[in-house]
Write a protein that binds this ligand. Sequence first.
Ligand code: CTP
Length: 393
Amino acid sequence: MFKEKTIVLGITGSVAAYKAADLASRLVQAGAAVEVIMTESAQKFIAPLTLRALTNRQPVTSMWQDANKFSIEHVSLADAADAVLIAPATANTIARLACGLADDILSSTVLATRAPVIIAPAMNCNMYENAATQANIAALKSRGFTFVEPESGRLACGAEGKGRLAAAEVILAALDAVLNRKNDLAGRSIVVTAGGTREPLDPVRYVGNRSSGKMGYALAAAARDRGASVRLVSTVDMPDSSGLSVIRVETAAQMLEAVRDAVKGADALIMAAAVADFRPSTVAGDKIKKGATSLDLKLEPTPDILSEVKGDFVRVGFAAETVDLIGNAKKKLAGKNLDLIVANDVTAPDSSFGAETNMVTLLFKDGHAEDLPLMPKRAVAEKILDYLAVRLS
Ligand code: CTP
Protein backbone atom coordinates (compact mmCIF):
# COMPACT_ATOMS: atom_id res chain seq x y z
CA MET A 1 0.00 0.00 0.00
CA PHE A 2 2.85 2.43 0.81
CA LYS A 3 5.70 1.09 -1.33
CA GLU A 4 8.40 3.66 -2.06
CA LYS A 5 6.60 6.23 0.10
CA THR A 6 8.34 8.17 2.82
CA ILE A 7 6.04 8.78 5.75
CA VAL A 8 7.06 11.18 8.48
CA LEU A 9 5.30 9.90 11.59
CA GLY A 10 4.95 12.59 14.26
CA ILE A 11 4.28 11.31 17.78
CA THR A 12 3.17 13.72 20.48
CA GLY A 13 2.66 13.51 24.24
CA SER A 14 -0.51 11.51 24.69
CA VAL A 15 -0.95 8.25 26.55
CA ALA A 16 -1.96 6.83 23.13
CA ALA A 17 1.67 7.31 22.03
CA TYR A 18 2.21 3.57 22.52
CA LYS A 19 -0.26 2.95 19.67
CA ALA A 20 2.10 4.83 17.35
CA ALA A 21 4.49 1.88 17.62
CA ASP A 22 1.85 -0.34 16.02
CA LEU A 23 1.23 2.26 13.32
CA ALA A 24 4.96 2.52 12.60
CA SER A 25 5.22 -1.25 12.35
CA ARG A 26 2.23 -1.52 9.99
CA LEU A 27 3.59 1.26 7.80
CA VAL A 28 6.94 -0.51 7.52
CA GLN A 29 5.17 -3.79 6.68
CA ALA A 30 3.18 -1.95 3.99
CA GLY A 31 6.45 -0.90 2.33
CA ALA A 32 6.94 2.65 3.67
CA ALA A 33 10.16 4.28 4.77
CA VAL A 34 9.10 5.65 8.15
CA GLU A 35 10.89 8.68 9.63
CA VAL A 36 9.72 9.22 13.17
CA ILE A 37 9.67 12.60 14.90
CA MET A 38 8.94 12.55 18.63
CA THR A 39 8.13 15.61 20.68
CA GLU A 40 9.71 15.95 24.08
CA SER A 41 6.51 14.86 25.85
CA ALA A 42 6.05 11.88 23.51
CA GLN A 43 9.37 10.57 24.80
CA LYS A 44 7.95 10.49 28.32
CA PHE A 45 5.34 7.99 27.12
CA ILE A 46 7.35 5.81 24.74
CA ALA A 47 11.07 5.31 24.20
CA PRO A 48 12.70 6.37 20.91
CA LEU A 49 14.47 2.99 20.97
CA THR A 50 11.13 1.20 20.36
CA LEU A 51 10.54 3.26 17.23
CA ARG A 52 14.14 2.80 16.09
CA ALA A 53 13.79 -0.96 16.36
CA LEU A 54 10.50 -0.95 14.43
CA THR A 55 11.50 1.45 11.65
CA ASN A 56 15.21 0.70 11.46
CA ARG A 57 15.87 4.45 11.56
CA GLN A 58 16.86 6.80 14.33
CA PRO A 59 13.83 8.85 15.44
CA VAL A 60 14.38 12.60 15.39
CA THR A 61 13.82 13.98 18.85
CA SER A 62 15.28 17.46 18.69
CA MET A 63 16.10 20.28 16.29
CA TRP A 64 19.72 20.03 17.33
CA GLN A 65 20.11 16.27 17.40
CA ASP A 66 22.89 15.66 14.92
CA ALA A 67 25.04 18.72 14.48
CA ASN A 68 27.50 16.71 12.38
CA LYS A 69 24.99 15.85 9.68
CA PHE A 70 25.17 18.34 6.83
CA SER A 71 21.46 18.79 6.36
CA ILE A 72 18.98 20.92 8.15
CA GLU A 73 16.81 18.22 9.69
CA HIS A 74 13.39 19.86 9.58
CA VAL A 75 13.82 20.91 5.97
CA SER A 76 15.22 17.57 4.85
CA LEU A 77 12.36 15.63 6.46
CA ALA A 78 9.83 18.12 5.15
CA ASP A 79 11.22 17.65 1.63
CA ALA A 80 11.54 13.88 1.85
CA ALA A 81 7.98 13.31 3.11
CA ASP A 82 5.29 11.99 0.81
CA ALA A 83 2.97 12.54 3.76
CA VAL A 84 3.25 13.68 7.35
CA LEU A 85 1.08 11.66 9.73
CA ILE A 86 0.71 12.93 13.31
CA ALA A 87 -0.70 10.19 15.53
CA PRO A 88 -1.52 10.72 18.28
CA ALA A 89 -1.88 14.51 18.07
CA THR A 90 -2.52 16.37 21.34
CA ALA A 91 -4.65 19.50 21.72
CA ASN A 92 -1.42 21.41 22.33
CA THR A 93 0.22 20.25 19.10
CA ILE A 94 -2.96 21.00 17.12
CA ALA A 95 -3.06 24.51 18.63
CA ARG A 96 0.61 25.12 17.80
CA LEU A 97 0.12 23.97 14.22
CA ALA A 98 -2.97 26.15 13.86
CA CYS A 99 -0.88 29.15 14.99
CA GLY A 100 1.87 28.27 12.52
CA LEU A 101 4.51 27.93 15.27
CA ALA A 102 7.86 26.38 14.46
CA ASP A 103 9.33 25.99 17.92
CA ASP A 104 10.26 22.32 17.77
CA ILE A 105 11.25 19.81 15.12
CA LEU A 106 7.70 18.52 14.49
CA SER A 107 6.00 21.91 14.09
CA SER A 108 8.94 23.16 11.97
CA THR A 109 8.66 20.14 9.68
CA VAL A 110 4.92 20.65 9.26
CA LEU A 111 5.42 24.33 8.48
CA ALA A 112 8.14 23.56 5.94
CA THR A 113 6.51 20.65 4.11
CA ARG A 114 4.48 20.71 0.94
CA ALA A 115 3.33 17.14 1.54
CA PRO A 116 -0.20 16.41 2.78
CA VAL A 117 -0.59 16.36 6.57
CA ILE A 118 -2.90 13.86 8.28
CA ILE A 119 -3.73 14.40 11.93
CA ALA A 120 -5.24 11.78 14.27
CA PRO A 121 -6.12 13.53 17.56
CA ALA A 122 -6.19 11.80 20.95
CA MET A 123 -7.02 13.64 24.16
CA ASN A 124 -9.51 14.05 26.98
CA CYS A 125 -13.06 14.47 25.61
CA ASN A 126 -13.56 17.92 27.17
CA MET A 127 -10.30 19.13 25.64
CA TYR A 128 -11.40 17.75 22.27
CA GLU A 129 -14.81 19.38 22.43
CA ASN A 130 -13.45 22.68 23.75
CA ALA A 131 -14.27 25.53 21.39
CA ALA A 132 -10.57 26.44 21.13
CA THR A 133 -9.60 22.95 19.94
CA GLN A 134 -12.53 22.79 17.53
CA ALA A 135 -11.62 26.22 16.10
CA ASN A 136 -8.01 25.08 15.65
CA ILE A 137 -9.16 21.90 13.88
CA ALA A 138 -11.47 23.90 11.62
CA ALA A 139 -8.64 26.32 10.77
CA LEU A 140 -6.29 23.47 9.85
CA LYS A 141 -9.00 21.72 7.80
CA SER A 142 -9.59 24.89 5.85
CA ARG A 143 -5.86 24.86 5.01
CA GLY A 144 -6.17 21.35 3.61
CA PHE A 145 -5.08 19.22 6.58
CA THR A 146 -6.87 15.88 6.84
CA PHE A 147 -8.26 14.85 10.24
CA VAL A 148 -8.99 11.31 11.34
CA GLU A 149 -11.70 11.75 13.96
CA PRO A 150 -11.10 10.21 17.38
CA GLU A 151 -13.41 7.45 18.58
CA SER A 152 -15.85 7.65 21.47
CA GLY A 153 -15.45 5.39 24.45
CA ARG A 154 -13.68 5.07 27.76
CA LEU A 155 -10.60 7.28 27.88
CA ALA A 156 -7.38 6.64 29.80
CA CYS A 157 -8.26 9.49 32.19
CA GLY A 158 -11.42 7.59 33.20
CA ALA A 159 -13.84 9.89 31.36
CA GLU A 160 -16.30 8.59 28.76
CA GLY A 161 -16.48 10.50 25.50
CA LYS A 162 -14.87 11.34 22.21
CA GLY A 163 -11.10 11.47 22.28
CA ARG A 164 -9.70 7.98 21.81
CA LEU A 165 -7.20 7.64 18.96
CA ALA A 166 -8.94 6.20 15.87
CA ALA A 167 -8.22 2.54 15.06
CA ALA A 168 -5.00 1.87 13.12
CA GLU A 169 -7.03 0.58 10.12
CA VAL A 170 -8.99 3.83 9.95
CA ILE A 171 -5.83 5.97 10.18
CA LEU A 172 -4.06 3.92 7.50
CA ALA A 173 -7.12 4.05 5.21
CA ALA A 174 -7.15 7.86 5.52
CA LEU A 175 -3.43 7.98 4.74
CA ASP A 176 -3.95 5.68 1.76
CA ALA A 177 -6.81 7.84 0.48
CA VAL A 178 -4.64 10.96 0.68
CA LEU A 179 -1.48 9.42 -0.76
CA ASN A 180 -3.00 7.38 -3.50
CA ARG A 181 -5.59 9.98 -4.34
CA LYS A 182 -7.25 9.40 -7.66
CA ASN A 183 -8.80 12.12 -9.74
CA ASP A 184 -10.99 9.79 -11.76
CA LEU A 185 -14.26 11.56 -10.95
CA ALA A 186 -13.09 15.01 -12.06
CA GLY A 187 -15.83 16.82 -13.92
CA ARG A 188 -18.52 14.43 -12.63
CA SER A 189 -21.50 15.52 -10.63
CA ILE A 190 -22.68 13.13 -7.93
CA VAL A 191 -25.64 13.32 -5.55
CA VAL A 192 -25.33 11.44 -2.25
CA THR A 193 -27.93 11.10 0.49
CA ALA A 194 -26.98 10.49 4.12
CA GLY A 195 -28.60 9.86 7.51
CA GLY A 196 -32.00 8.71 8.64
CA THR A 197 -35.13 10.73 8.00
CA ARG A 198 -37.20 12.06 10.91
CA GLU A 199 -40.96 12.07 10.55
CA PRO A 200 -42.63 14.48 13.00
CA LEU A 201 -45.30 13.32 15.39
CA ASP A 202 -45.79 16.61 17.21
CA PRO A 203 -43.60 19.74 17.62
CA VAL A 204 -41.10 17.88 19.84
CA ARG A 205 -41.18 14.23 18.75
CA TYR A 206 -40.45 12.25 15.63
CA VAL A 207 -40.37 8.71 14.26
CA GLY A 208 -36.80 7.98 13.20
CA ASN A 209 -34.17 5.29 12.74
CA ARG A 210 -30.63 4.55 13.88
CA SER A 211 -28.74 5.67 10.77
CA SER A 212 -25.73 7.84 11.72
CA GLY A 213 -25.03 9.21 8.23
CA LYS A 214 -21.39 8.04 8.38
CA MET A 215 -21.59 5.89 5.24
CA GLY A 216 -23.17 8.69 3.21
CA TYR A 217 -20.61 11.20 4.46
CA ALA A 218 -17.75 8.80 3.67
CA LEU A 219 -19.09 8.50 0.12
CA ALA A 220 -19.51 12.24 -0.30
CA ALA A 221 -16.02 13.02 1.05
CA ALA A 222 -14.40 10.28 -1.05
CA ALA A 223 -16.19 11.46 -4.23
CA ARG A 224 -15.09 15.04 -3.50
CA ASP A 225 -11.50 13.92 -2.98
CA ARG A 226 -11.60 12.10 -6.32
CA GLY A 227 -12.55 15.32 -8.10
CA ALA A 228 -16.34 15.10 -8.29
CA SER A 229 -18.66 17.96 -7.58
CA VAL A 230 -20.85 16.59 -4.80
CA ARG A 231 -24.33 17.54 -3.64
CA LEU A 232 -25.04 15.93 -0.30
CA VAL A 233 -28.67 15.70 0.82
CA SER A 234 -28.41 14.92 4.51
CA THR A 235 -30.43 14.73 7.71
CA VAL A 236 -27.31 15.08 9.92
CA ASP A 237 -24.43 17.53 10.25
CA MET A 238 -20.86 16.26 10.11
CA PRO A 239 -17.76 18.18 11.14
CA ASP A 240 -15.95 17.91 7.80
CA SER A 241 -18.18 19.02 4.98
CA SER A 242 -15.73 21.42 3.33
CA GLY A 243 -16.03 21.36 -0.45
CA LEU A 244 -19.42 19.66 -0.35
CA SER A 245 -22.66 21.34 -1.28
CA VAL A 246 -24.85 20.25 1.64
CA ILE A 247 -28.65 20.40 1.54
CA ARG A 248 -30.13 19.76 5.00
CA VAL A 249 -33.47 17.97 5.18
CA GLU A 250 -35.49 16.18 7.86
CA THR A 251 -38.30 14.14 6.33
CA ALA A 252 -38.67 11.68 3.45
CA ALA A 253 -40.86 14.20 1.60
CA GLN A 254 -38.21 16.93 1.95
CA MET A 255 -35.50 14.50 0.86
CA LEU A 256 -37.51 13.57 -2.23
CA GLU A 257 -37.85 17.24 -3.23
CA ALA A 258 -34.17 17.95 -2.57
CA VAL A 259 -33.02 14.88 -4.53
CA ARG A 260 -35.36 15.68 -7.42
CA ASP A 261 -33.75 19.08 -7.67
CA ALA A 262 -30.16 17.91 -7.09
CA VAL A 263 -30.14 15.16 -9.74
CA LYS A 264 -30.82 17.60 -12.57
CA GLY A 265 -27.75 17.21 -14.75
CA ALA A 266 -26.08 14.77 -12.31
CA ASP A 267 -24.09 11.73 -13.43
CA ALA A 268 -25.00 9.53 -10.47
CA LEU A 269 -27.26 9.25 -7.44
CA ILE A 270 -26.12 7.26 -4.42
CA MET A 271 -28.96 6.71 -1.93
CA ALA A 272 -27.13 5.86 1.28
CA ALA A 273 -29.84 7.44 3.47
CA ALA A 274 -32.16 5.32 5.58
CA VAL A 275 -35.50 6.73 4.48
CA ALA A 276 -38.59 6.13 6.61
CA ASP A 277 -41.15 3.95 4.86
CA PHE A 278 -44.00 5.31 7.01
CA ARG A 279 -44.79 8.63 8.66
CA PRO A 280 -47.49 9.66 11.13
CA SER A 281 -50.71 10.35 9.17
CA THR A 282 -51.36 13.44 11.23
CA VAL A 283 -48.89 15.70 12.98
CA ALA A 284 -50.23 17.16 16.23
CA GLY A 285 -50.02 20.95 16.34
CA ASP A 286 -49.19 20.90 20.06
CA LYS A 287 -47.15 18.51 22.18
CA ILE A 288 -49.08 15.28 22.83
CA LYS A 289 -49.79 15.07 26.54
CA LYS A 290 -49.51 11.99 28.72
CA GLY A 291 -52.51 10.81 30.76
CA ALA A 292 -54.26 8.46 28.36
CA THR A 293 -53.81 4.75 29.09
CA SER A 294 -52.69 4.04 25.52
CA LEU A 295 -51.88 5.94 22.35
CA ASP A 296 -52.48 4.60 18.84
CA LEU A 297 -50.28 5.96 16.08
CA LYS A 298 -51.66 5.83 12.57
CA LEU A 299 -48.93 5.78 9.93
CA GLU A 300 -49.08 6.27 6.18
CA PRO A 301 -46.50 5.32 3.51
CA THR A 302 -43.84 7.84 2.46
CA PRO A 303 -42.78 8.19 -1.17
CA ASP A 304 -40.04 5.81 -2.33
CA ILE A 305 -37.39 8.25 -3.52
CA LEU A 306 -35.46 5.84 -5.75
CA SER A 307 -38.67 4.78 -7.49
CA GLU A 308 -39.94 8.36 -7.88
CA VAL A 309 -36.78 10.01 -9.18
CA LYS A 310 -36.23 9.29 -12.84
CA GLY A 311 -33.46 10.44 -15.15
CA ASP A 312 -30.40 9.49 -17.11
CA PHE A 313 -27.87 8.89 -14.33
CA VAL A 314 -26.24 5.89 -12.65
CA ARG A 315 -28.34 4.73 -9.71
CA VAL A 316 -26.83 3.20 -6.58
CA GLY A 317 -28.93 2.02 -3.64
CA PHE A 318 -28.28 0.42 -0.27
CA ALA A 319 -30.15 -2.51 1.22
CA ALA A 320 -30.07 -2.61 5.01
CA GLU A 321 -31.31 -6.07 5.95
CA THR A 322 -31.68 -8.26 9.00
CA VAL A 323 -32.73 -11.47 7.15
CA ASP A 324 -32.11 -12.98 3.69
CA LEU A 325 -29.60 -10.28 2.79
CA ILE A 326 -28.88 -11.28 -0.79
CA GLY A 327 -32.45 -12.32 -1.68
CA ASN A 328 -33.92 -9.05 -0.42
CA ALA A 329 -31.17 -6.94 -1.97
CA LYS A 330 -31.68 -8.59 -5.38
CA LYS A 331 -35.39 -7.74 -5.24
CA LYS A 332 -34.56 -4.09 -4.53
CA LEU A 333 -31.91 -3.99 -7.28
CA ALA A 334 -34.52 -4.99 -9.86
CA GLY A 335 -37.54 -3.26 -8.27
CA LYS A 336 -35.84 0.13 -7.95
CA ASN A 337 -34.10 -0.16 -11.36
CA LEU A 338 -30.61 0.20 -9.87
CA ASP A 339 -27.19 -0.28 -11.44
CA LEU A 340 -25.66 -1.33 -8.14
CA ILE A 341 -27.02 -2.19 -4.72
CA VAL A 342 -24.87 -2.31 -1.61
CA ALA A 343 -26.21 -5.11 0.58
CA ASN A 344 -25.55 -4.55 4.24
CA ASP A 345 -26.41 -7.00 7.04
CA VAL A 346 -27.07 -4.55 9.86
CA THR A 347 -27.09 -7.29 12.50
CA ALA A 348 -23.44 -8.23 11.84
CA PRO A 349 -20.89 -7.10 14.47
CA ASP A 350 -18.98 -3.92 13.46
CA SER A 351 -21.38 -3.45 10.55
CA SER A 352 -24.36 -1.88 12.26
CA PHE A 353 -25.65 1.68 12.25
CA GLY A 354 -23.16 4.09 13.76
CA ALA A 355 -20.13 1.78 13.35
CA GLU A 356 -16.90 3.07 11.77
CA THR A 357 -16.64 -0.07 9.66
CA ASN A 358 -18.94 -1.95 7.33
CA MET A 359 -19.07 -5.36 5.66
CA VAL A 360 -21.09 -5.36 2.45
CA THR A 361 -21.77 -7.27 -0.75
CA LEU A 362 -21.96 -5.32 -3.99
CA LEU A 363 -24.65 -6.67 -6.34
CA PHE A 364 -24.52 -5.37 -9.90
CA LYS A 365 -27.26 -5.09 -12.50
CA ASP A 366 -25.51 -7.58 -14.80
CA GLY A 367 -25.84 -10.25 -12.10
CA HIS A 368 -22.31 -10.38 -10.74
CA ALA A 369 -21.58 -9.90 -7.07
CA GLU A 370 -18.55 -8.90 -5.00
CA ASP A 371 -18.21 -9.73 -1.30
CA LEU A 372 -16.08 -7.16 0.50
CA PRO A 373 -14.36 -7.90 3.82
CA LEU A 374 -14.98 -5.81 6.96
CA MET A 375 -13.36 -2.44 6.24
CA PRO A 376 -13.61 1.23 7.25
CA LYS A 377 -16.64 2.98 5.73
CA ARG A 378 -14.29 5.21 3.77
CA ALA A 379 -12.73 2.13 2.13
CA VAL A 380 -16.22 0.78 1.26
CA ALA A 381 -16.95 4.18 -0.27
CA GLU A 382 -13.81 3.99 -2.41
CA LYS A 383 -14.90 0.57 -3.75
CA ILE A 384 -18.31 1.92 -4.75
CA LEU A 385 -16.65 4.89 -6.42
CA ASP A 386 -14.19 2.61 -8.27
CA TYR A 387 -17.25 1.12 -9.98
CA LEU A 388 -18.77 4.56 -10.67
CA ALA A 389 -15.52 5.89 -12.11
CA VAL A 390 -15.36 3.02 -14.62
CA ARG A 391 -19.08 3.23 -15.40
CA LEU A 392 -18.86 6.97 -16.08
CA SER A 393 -15.60 6.92 -18.04
N1 CTP B 1 -35.23 4.27 -0.25
C1 CTP B 1 -35.84 5.32 -0.90
N2 CTP B 1 -37.05 5.79 -0.47
C2 CTP B 1 -37.69 5.19 0.56
C3 CTP B 1 -37.09 4.08 1.21
C4 CTP B 1 -35.85 3.66 0.79
O1 CTP B 1 -35.28 5.84 -1.87
N3 CTP B 1 -38.86 5.65 0.95
C5 CTP B 1 -33.91 3.81 -0.73
C6 CTP B 1 -32.85 3.77 0.35
O2 CTP B 1 -32.12 4.98 0.42
C7 CTP B 1 -31.95 2.63 -0.13
C8 CTP B 1 -32.92 1.70 -0.83
O3 CTP B 1 -34.06 2.50 -1.17
O4 CTP B 1 -30.99 3.04 -1.05
C9 CTP B 1 -33.37 0.53 0.00
O5 CTP B 1 -33.80 0.98 1.26
P1 CTP B 1 -34.24 -0.04 2.39
O6 CTP B 1 -34.68 0.72 3.59
O7 CTP B 1 -33.21 -1.10 2.53
O8 CTP B 1 -35.48 -0.76 1.68
P2 CTP B 1 -36.97 -0.35 1.45
O9 CTP B 1 -37.17 -0.09 -0.01
O10 CTP B 1 -37.37 0.74 2.38
O11 CTP B 1 -37.70 -1.71 1.81
P3 CTP B 1 -37.83 -2.45 3.24
O12 CTP B 1 -37.85 -1.36 4.28
O13 CTP B 1 -39.16 -3.13 3.11
O14 CTP B 1 -36.68 -3.37 3.38
